[in-house]
Write a protein that binds this ligand. Structure first.
Ligand code: AHM
Ligand code: MG
Length: 353
């Protein structure tokens, strides 16, 4: 009788099951340098954090104290969820006494968190958003974690973290975990974009797809149209364009990781433009937009603030926000063309006055 597993998954093989995340990261480097081993070990710890968060999310509706708000507000002035704090603490715990990472910086912490016992050897900083899209947590919809790895520079005990205020090209690794029907980890170390699926029976992330390419153009545009009257006219111009042309469809889940993942695999564009209330938009550069921009470019796509390449943008502060336009190259360029056209039009009108 035919083995059902093999019939459903024709590519099933032992070799495939052995393609684990840490092994894959090591293979990205041509030699077994200390840096290659460090990055592989760091990714392994991130995978452990992902498993812990995934486990809690999968049972949250049955656990006391897992869902809802803490009653606190974070450094961004946003209400904090219990799951935000749990996931933030998970990342701290997995990197304590690891000897890998000297400093952690997160959406949930005003200042970087130092792990002095790691600093003599762990010459890296991990920036992360522990639970992105946390408004989805209480209703059992997809959420994510985003991470970015940078080389530790400067004085370890400088609380201002001036060395982090550099462009996104300084990232040496980036990725995200999508907690959806399955838990998926996507990463880059500057050598393509690769995805892994958590096999709960093995407790391992197993390679799903290597060298992912974003289609050059896709049908999806993803943004919160509830902000329509808050946007600049150029973004309204773009939206009117997609409304009036065939071949576009809207998809927006309110959780960036899932919305970006769709675009990474199927093409299209995600936007979080500036609004009247928040001219810089909502998304934080260092641990939300820049890591996704690194992935987008590595997959052959593009990421922009609307007026410049996102990875070239130099932040002024740790929790800085920037507008984000990210996805298929053609679609990002189309949005940029509306912004340029409106700027040209406004300049002409001003010259006439
Ligand atoms: P969060 O990190 O506090 O969860 O905020 C980021 C989230 C993104 O995941 C998502 O794209 C965006 O906020 C949704 O914002 P809005 O509700 O304004 O559309
Ligand atoms: Mg976030």
């Amino acid at each position: 009788m035919e083995n059902l597993d093999q019939a459903v998954i024709p590519e099933f093989s032992l070799d495939r099951d052995c393609q684990t995340l840490s092994q894959h990261v090591l293979q990205q480097f041509s030699d077994f340098t200390t840096q290659a081993q460090d990055i592989s070990a760091i990714m392994n710890r991130i995978a452990l954090a992902a498993k812990l968060v995934s486990r809690r999310l999968s049972r949250a509706g049955l656990m006391a104290g897992a869902l809802g708000f803490t009653g606190e507000t974070n450094v961004q002035g946003e209400s904090v969820k219990k799951m935000d704090i749990y996931a933030n603490d998970v990342f701290i715990s997995v990197f304590k006494r690891s000897g890998l990472v000297c400093r952690l910086a997160s959406e949930e912490m005003e200042k970087p968190y130092y792990i002095p016992e790691n600093c003599p050897v762990g010459r890296y900083t991990l920036l992360y958003d522990p639970i992105d899209g946390s408004s989805n947590v209480d209703i059992n919809l997809n959420v994510g974690s985003i991470f970015s790895l940078r080389q530790q520079e400067g004085d370890d005990l400088d609380e201002k973290a001036q060395d982090l205020l550099q462009n996104g090209d300084r990232q040496i690794g980036a990725g995200y975990i999508l907690y959806g029907p399955s838990t998926v980890l996507v990463y880059t170390v500057g050598k393509g974009v690769h995805s892994f699926v958590l096999d709960p029976s093995l407790g391992e992330f197993i390679l799903a797809e290597e060298n992912i390419n974003i289609p050059n153009h896709g049908p999806v545009y993803s943004l919160n149209e509830g902000n329509y009257w808050q946007w600049d006219e150029s973004i309204r111009d773009y939206i009117r364009y997609v409304h009036r042309h065939e071949g576009y469809t809207a998809r927006y889940s309110g959780a960036l990781v899932g919305d970006f993942h769709r675009i990474l695999l199927q093409g299209g564009v995600f936007l979080y433009p500036g609004t009247v209330e928040k001219p810089e938009g909502k998304l934080r550069l260092l641990y939300e937009s820049a890591p996704l921009a690194f992935l987008a470019e590595q997959a052959g796509g593009a990421a922009s603030t609307g007026t410049q390449r996102l990875l070239s943008y130099v932040p002024q502060e740790l929790h800085q926000r920037t507008p984000l336009v990210i996805g298929s190259t053609k679609d990002v360029q189309l949005v940029e063309s509306f912004i340029q056209e409106r700027a040209r039009h406004d300049a002409e009108e001003k010259a006439l006055v």
